[in-house]
Design a binder for this molecule. Structure first.
Ligand code: TXA
Ligand code: MG
Length: 351
């Protein structure tokens, strides 16, 4: 199949809407990451998403809408859900709500709830309006790869597998939406994102965060969100997270990099902009300013993809405090590292 990449324009969006209406797949930009969309009401179209991504069938999809009227055929909407929609839609918040019959079980992987979000990206919103269908869309990466934040990333993963990628530039948030389960006594964040725990609590009171957000699933532990079971966001090389006081971390990154190179590895560091000059001889990848977790979020997936392009096999990374958007960053970075962590102080003491 020939994969076209077209700049977002009215003509591109009407081509995309025709493809979607005829059961085909279209990749499109959202404010979080690029999505791989299909008509959510068409079971066969939905199944072809799983084939194009090599996605396990038990990992459910998010349904995207542009108008709340569409919800009447998709899910049951509670007063709590309405309150959250008033505050955060359109935007990077996905809500789990009881599924209605017209949504095929292929979308929800057999679960009784369906995940729904209303993206704020103008191209996504316009595409959803023009096609006027609920669109099921996971991130447009091959399963196991970092989510795409540019049309080029999508092309790398999907060339020959889908007919159209709409190019809308780089994504603003850079990490996938916050997934919130509102079907339990205290709402629970299953996947942290741009809408933070504090932002949610200001609107609806106490919200918890699933334990597995910052650690691997334990043996026998049931994944609340099936996506959390899978190896995710991982570059091909081994990522290690380096923790400790700022001065220790910079010294430890240098030491670990030199040791790895001495052992014949292609080694690099991922560090904050503030430390790039200090680590100039350690092949630094700039994560953005440590004062701005939003910037780190925006750059993270692009940086992880670059590590693969450069065939790095030993990667040492700084960490951000797991607060605010930093929680979402550490959830993705932790998974990229399989939660492998090194204490900076111990590295320096041994050196
Ligand atoms: O920002 C985003 O959410 C992007 C853009 C394209 O909208 N989409 C995205 O989709 O990240 P995906 O499929 O890569 O991630 C969806 C996550 C998965 O972890 C999945 O397991 C979870 O949402 N999920 C979907 N439906 C669910 C449900 N009914 N119950 C629990 N988790 C669910
Ligand atoms: Mg994904």
């Amino acid at each position: 199949m020939n994969t076209r990449v077209l700049a977002a324009s009215p003509a591109t969006l009407s081509t995309a809407a025709e493809l979607l209406a005829s059961g085909q797949l279209v990749a499109f930009p959202t404010e979080t990451v690029y999505g791989l969309g299909a008509n959510a009401l068409d079971k066969d179209a939905v199944l072809s998403i799983f084939a194009a991504k090599d996605r396990p069938a038990d990992n459910p999809l998010i349904v995207h809408i542009w108008h709340r009227e569409q919800l009447k055929d998709i899910c049951e909407v509670s007063p709590l859900a309405e309150k959250l929609m008033d505050a955060f839609w359109p935007g990077p918040l996905t809500l789990l709500m009881p599924r209605k019959e017209s949504i095929p079980l292929e979308v929800t992987a057999g679960l009784p709830t369906v995940a729904v979000r209303m993206p704020s990206h103008p191209v996504a919103a316009e595409l959803l309006r023009v096609c006027d269908l609920p669109i099921a869309a996971p991130s447009a990466n091959r399963s196991g790869k970092p989510s795409p934040t540019t049309a080029q990333h999508v092309f790398t993963d999907m060339d020959g597998r889908i007919p159209l990628i709409i190019d809308g530039g780089s994504c603003d948030v850079g990490l996938e939406s916050t997934v919130l389960d509102i079907n339990q006594p205290t709402p629970c964040i299953l996947r942290p994102g741009g809408v933070t725990q504090a932002m949610l609590e200001r609107v609806i009171g106490p919200v918890t965060v699933a334990g597995s957000v910052l650690r691997p699933l334990q043996k026998g532990e049931k994944a609340l969100s099936p996506g959390m079971m899978y190896k995710h966001y991982s570059p091909d090389g081994q990522v290690s997270l380096v923790e400790g006081a700022e001065a220790h971390v910079v010294a430890a990154l240098r030491e670990l990099h030199h040791q790895a190179e001495a052992n014949g590895h292609r080694a690099c560091v991922m560090c904050f902009s503030e430390h790039v000059a200090d680590l100039a001889d350690c092949h630094p990848h700039d994560l953005g300013s440590q004062a701005c977790p939003e910037e780190v979020a925006r750059r993270l997936f692009e940086t992880l993809r670059r590590l693969d392009d450069e065939h790095m096999d030993a990667i040492f990374s700084e960490v951000v405090p797991p607060e605010g958007v930093g929680l979402a960053v550490m959830n993705r970075l932790g998974r990229a590292a399989a939660f492998r962590t090194i204490q900076a102080k111990e590295v320096i003491e041994k050196a």
